[in-house]
Write a new protein. Structure first.
Length: 297
C-alpha cells in the first residue's frame, strides 16, 4: 500500500482507558465501529493522541494488534511506532508489521535532538528493517527537532518511505515538500486547522485529532478538498474550525478524551502526567461540537 493510497481523514485515535488507566477493550471496539460507520478513511493507532508516551512496549503492540483485529480489514490501520531510540523504533515497527499493520507512522526522535544526518540514518535504519510503508512525522513543537525539507527529499528516495505527516503549521513548508518530493510521496497535514489548505496545496489528507469527535464531517471536508472544491471544503471547514481550536485548549489528548467521554463513547481514564480537562473549558468544547452541527449520541 503506497502512500498515495492512504488519503483523506485519518484519525489519530485515542486509547480509551478505565479510571485506573487500564486500556478499555469494550470502548476500543465502540470507537472502531464509530469510525467505520462515519467513513473515517484510516485509523492511526497509538500515536501521540493514543498516549504512546505512557503505554509500555507490550501494551503498545497489544493495542495496535487489537485495533487491527477489530477493524478486520474495513479500513487501513497505521501504527504509531516512533521512538527516540532507533533500536526501539525498529523493534516497535517490526512488531507492528508482525501483527498486520498496513503502514507505520514514525515521529522524529524527541529530546535527544539529532542532526539532519542522524535523522536520515534513523529513518533509513527503520525502513531497512521492514517492508511496510512508513510515514515520517515532523512535529517540532513537541520534539525540539525539525526535519528539514532537504532531509525529507533524501528519505523520499527510499522505496518504503511513502509520506510525511507535517506539523510545523506552515503552509509554505507543505508546498515546498509537495513540489520537491516524488509524486508518489504523500504529504499529510499534522495540524487540523491547516488540513484543508494542505490538501488544496497538493497534500493527500490529514492525520486528525478532530476526526475523533467529528469523523463524518472531517471525511466530507477532506473529500471536497482532495477533489479541488475549495468552496465546498471551506463551507465544511468553517463548521470544524471551532473544534480544531477547542481541542487544543489543553495538551492533546486531554480535551479530546474529555469530549469523547461527554459523548458517551469512552470512560474517563487518562494516564499521568496528563490530567482531566479543567472545568473552565467544558462549555467551550460542547459549544464547538454544536457548531460542527453534531449532537452527542
Amino acid at each position: 500500500m503506497g502512500g498515495i493510497m492512504l488519503r483523506g481523514s485519518m484519525v489519530a485515535m485515542v486509547t480509551p482507558m478505565a479510571a485506573d488507566g487500564v486500556v478499555d477493550d469494550r470502548a476500543l471496539a465502540r470507537l472502531v465501529d464509530f469510525h467505520v460507520t462515519n467513513n473515517t478513511d484510516a485509523i492511526v493507532a497509538v500515536g501521540t493522541t493514543g498516549e504512546s508516551a505512557t503505554l509500555d512496549h507490550s501494551e503498545h503492540v497489544d493495542v495496535i494488534a487489537r485495533i487491527i483485529e477489530l477493524v478486520n480489514g474495513r479500513m487501513p490501520v497505521i501504527a504509531g511506532t516512533g521512538a527516540n531510540s532507533t533500536r526501539e523504533a525498529v523493534h516497535l515497527t517490526q512488531a507492528a508489521e508482525a501483527v498486520g499493520a498496513d503502514a507505520c507512522l514514525l515521529v522524529t526522535p524527541y529530546y535527544n535532538r539529532p542532526t539532519q544526518e542522524g535523522l536520515y540514518l534513523h529513518f533509513k535504519s527503520v525502513a531497512e528493517a521492514v517492508s511496510l510503508p512508513l510515514i515520517l512525522y515532523n512535529v517540532p513543537s513537541r520534539t525540539a527537532c525539525d526535519m528539514l525539507p532537504d532531509t525529507v527529499v533524501r528519505l523520499a528516495e527510499i522505496d518504503n518511505i511513502s509520506g510525511i505527516k507535517e506539523a510545523t503549521g506552515k503552509i509554505g513548508r507543505v508546498s515546498e515538500l509537495v513540489s520537491r518530493c516524488p509524486k508518489n510521496f504523500a504529504v499529510y497535514s499534522g495540524e487540523d486547522w491547516l488540513s484543508m489548505e494542505t490538501m488544496l496545496a497538493g497534500g493527500k489528507g490529514v492525520i486528525s485529532v478532530t476526526a475523533n469527535v467529528a469523523p463524518h464531517l472531517m471525511h466530507k471536508m477532506c473529500a471536497k478538498a482532495l477533489s479541488g472544491d475549495r468552496v465546498g471544503a471551506e463551507n465544511l471547514d468553517l463548521l470544524l474550525q471551532p473544534l480544531h481550536e477547542a481541542l487544543f485548549l489543553e495538551s492533546n489528548p486531554i480535551p479530546v478524551k474529555w469530549l469523547l467521554k461527554d459523548m458517551g463513547l469512552i470512560g474517563d481514564g487518562i494516564r499521568l502526567p496528563l490530567t482531566q480537562l479543567s472545568n473552565d473549558f467544558h462549555d467551550q468544547l460542547r459549544d464547538a461540537l454544536e457548531q460542527a452541527q453534531l449532537v452527542s449520541p
